[in-house]
Design a binder for this molecule. Sequence first.
Ligand SMILES: C[S@@+](CC[C@H](N)C(=O)[O-])C[C@H]1O[C@@H](n2cnc3c(N)ncnc32)[C@H](O)[C@@H]1O
Length: 360
Amino acid sequence: MSSPPGKKGSPPRGSPPGDDYAAGTTGGHQHYLIADSGDSSTEDDFWDSDTGSLMTDTTSLREQIYAQIVENGRRYNANAAGQSEYQFPVDEMEQDRLDLMHHIFKLLLHGELYISPIGENPQRILDIGTGTGIWAIEVADLFPSASVVGTDLAPIQPTWVPPNLEFQIDDCEGEWTWGKDAFDFIHIRYLRAAISDWPRLFEQAYNSLKPGGYFEFQDPDLLFLTDDGSLPEDAALTQYINYFHKACEKRGKHTLGQPQTVADELRKIGYDDVKVVCQKCPQNPWPKNQHMKTLGRYSLLNLLDGLEGFAMKLFTGALGWKKDEVDVFVMRLKQEALNKNYHMYFNYYFVSGRKPLSAV
Ligand SMILES: C[S@@+](CC[C@H](N)C(=O)[O-])C[C@H]1O[C@@H](n2cnc3c(N)ncnc32)[C@H](O)[C@@H]1O
């Protein structure tokens, strides 16, 4: 686990890697080491063409943290082997989309950040896979006397944050080193297609919670549902969802049906006071109800901004599609997304569970 050295040296949001980045090219992918000003790193410092490895003996942790890949026009986080475990971009466009999604999650909870009854005075809070850190920042502001930690594989968090918040680079699928009884509240949102072993994650969270502490999971079910059958079965959007789940499965991420099973998995591990809130979220502004229409507007924007990133790496990598095929398919998806005759929605799941007070 290591703290990112802040956003200094990371690519400014919105700008493609420029002179500040050392770049190497292999197999059509570009590998970037994002260097601080004054850093004299060169391609040789981080890309070993003999071993095909991103790391060399002298590669520092900082270099490992900031290694990134540019592939088919999008920027991804890279691990020590120069690969991206996470199938979605972490570039400026995606960061903006994550902040939009934060707004959608909050709208679904009518302005709240969570459903767990954590009381007025939580002391230690963990946000796993924090992304741009927007949830963690708001929680830290809400509880100034709490200490909040946000973790992520990618160093895409801002440096100007509340003094009671810190970000750490950490793989939540690795062995947790937080210790026993470390947190009052652990939160994970929108990591569905990123996790290979959910029960293990739930168990590690259980072990790191204080007795009486809460764990909370938030995620959509990623199925275009309708109550009136208005989305045709042969629609590109329906096909897309099938391809998406198939590709995730190929990458070892089990996404189908997952949010519906979270409550049972939490109970099995020993959580009590398990609560599920399921909210409908229209995917374009088809509803008449104003709140639902607003949700639909934001969700449509999320689709228009997000579809390329959801599909590009997954479909080219796991399904063997060409970039052009993804581009054409995404165009069809966007056209359909705009069609208000399709009364489609996602179900968003908010699942909360408590480590029993009697737990040892
Ligand atoms: C879709 S974003 C969600 C971000 C944030 N939770 C939110 O709701 O705004 C998923 C984030 O999880 C991070 N991630 C993926 N796999 C991870 C892992 N194994 N450990 C920690 N973070 C991970 C990604 O880098 C990305 O920032």
